[in-house]
Design a protein around this ligand. Structure first.
Ligand SMILES: Cc1ncc(COP(=O)(O)O)c(C=O)c1O
Length: 432
């Protein structure tokens, strides 16, 4: 909603305070308007997945299995439960424990702590809605997943930025932030630390194993009157193209009372099926389920049965092989194009990820890459769209840089990626 409209509605009392707090979708709207006005633009902005490899055949096969058994088909077409389809929750828990090299006996985790949602964004909103009061604080990377910033604004919470580097969130910066809030008698307002632990959106970085352990330890040690939770977002965990998987932050939470871990099939299989999940510390399960019951009394049951069949038939892991190979090629194409077209310009830096869908770039400090800045406008004229990095910073951060960009390689084919980066190179040269 545009600002003037929101103020008008607020003034006459049409909207709730929450609706007025909602940040709106100004970035997405702006990017979409640009794409519509200039359809020939190469979009390195959209966070969508590759359209070519969408799993049409695997989904058909999984559906055939359900449809060939009338009992199964009817169960899928019926209402489900608030917590979600038990066989799917069992598989998700098993897979997570297996990836982390743990057993449920070691962790004390049970399937009652796994809740299915309609995508992981709704899981993040649901958890926030359950633990945050207006004015509560969530520490986020600077930069972070910008949609979450809208979610937090909607809940009236404060998003406070902490430093990020090539290893992910910087523990010392988290400690400094907590010191600051303690000195200002606000430590009890800090409710959570939000971390995308694998192939972060927007930076592409993966939090190192050592930092996983340290951040969990900090959250536990600094919890006084208020428990500080870690919200671990693993939306991109399965999209690894090189190197070995590393255990989740949750696996370092020995007491099981600190980390809530959210996941999704949106990037690894299909966002249209819209299945996500969250594994919660035991004390949060009841309150989150009560809240969820009030909202939807269960996410789409049909989608859950479908995803369960995809997993049971071995179709998911097979599909992962296909998309990993495809995205690895696209990431290579983007990095090669950046080396060829942008590196020679000077002062351009980037972090090469081992997976995910994003490349985070910074240009020399005197250049303005933000929306309305010279680089953005020149880039659009040259034929390429990117996400201005300043949109990804929490409002409460000491120094929001304007010289960063997020590039996505999920959607365009390799040739388009090369054209898009060449266009960005031309724009950069003009404003340098
Ligand atoms: C870091 C991160 N978390 C969560 C999501 C939400 O995904 P979904 O709601 O489709 O599961 C996204 C989507 O782009 C994301 O980038």
């Amino acid at each position: 909603m545009i600002e003037s409209e929101r103020q008008k509605n607020d003034a006459v009392g049409h909207l709730s305070r929450r609706a007025c707090w909602a940040g709106g979708q100004s970035l997405a709207t702006m990017l979409m308007a640009k794409s519509l006005a200039q359809p020939e633009l190469v979009s390195l902005a959209a966070a969508f997945i590759d359209g070519e490899t969408l799993p049409v055949e695997p989904t058909r096969s999984a559906l055939d299995v359900i449809w060939s058994n009338p009992q199964k088909a009817k169960a899928a077409l019926q209402y489900g439960t608030t917590i979600g389809y038990l066989p799917l929750r069992r598989i998700l828990l098993e897979r997570m424990l297996q990836s982390d090299g743990q057993t449920s006996r070691q962790t004390g985790l049970s399937v009652d702590q796994v809740i299915i949602t309609a995508g992981s964004n709704s899981a993040l909103h649901l958890l926030g809605d359950t633990i945050l009061n207006p004015g509560d604080i969530v520490l986020c990377g600077a930069p972070t997943y910008f949609v979450l910033l809208g979610t937090l604004a909607n809940l009236g919470a404060r998003a406070v930025g902490v430093d990020m580097d090539e290893e992910g969130m910087v523990p010392e910066s988290v400690e400094q932030c907590l010191d600051y809030f303690e000195q200002n008698s606000e430590l009890d307002r800090v409710k959570a630390i939000y971390v995308t632990s694998y192939f972060d959106n927007p930076t592409g970085v993966t939090l190192s194993a050592d930092r996983r352990r340290r951040l969990v330890e900090i959250a536990k040690r600094r919890s006084k009157q208020t428990k500080i939770r870690i919200i671990e977002d693993t939306a991109y965990r399965e999209l690894r193209y090189w190197g070995d998987d590393i255990p989740s932050m949750r696996s370092f939470d020995k007491e099981g009372d600190t980390v809530a871990i959210a996941g999704s099939f949106s990037k690894s299989f299909s966002p249209g099926i819209r299945v996500g999940w969250i594994v919660l510390p035991r004390d949060l399960v009841g309150p989150v389920l009560t809240q969820k019951g009030n909202i939807d009394f269960g996410s789409p049951n049909f989608s859950q049965h479908l995803m369960c069949s995809v997993l049971e038939e071995g179709l998911f892991d097979k599909h992962l092989e296909t998309i990993r190979a495809q995205y690895a090629k696209k990431l290579d194409a983007m990095v090669e194009a950046v080396e060829e077209s942008l590196d020679p310009i000077g002062g351009v830096r980037w972090i090469r990820p081992d997976g995910g869908l994003y490349l985070w770039l910074s240009v020399p400090g005197h250049l303005d890459a933000s929306h309305g800045g010279r680089l953005f406008d020149r880039a659009v004229e040259e034929g390429v769209l990117y996400v201005p990095g300043d949109h990804c910073y929490p409002a409460e951060y000491r120094n929001i840089p304007k010289n960063t960009l997020r590039l996505s390689f999920g959607v365009p084919p390799c040739e388009e990626i090369r054209c898009g980066i060449a266009a960005l190179g031309r724009a950069l040269k003009q404003v340098h």
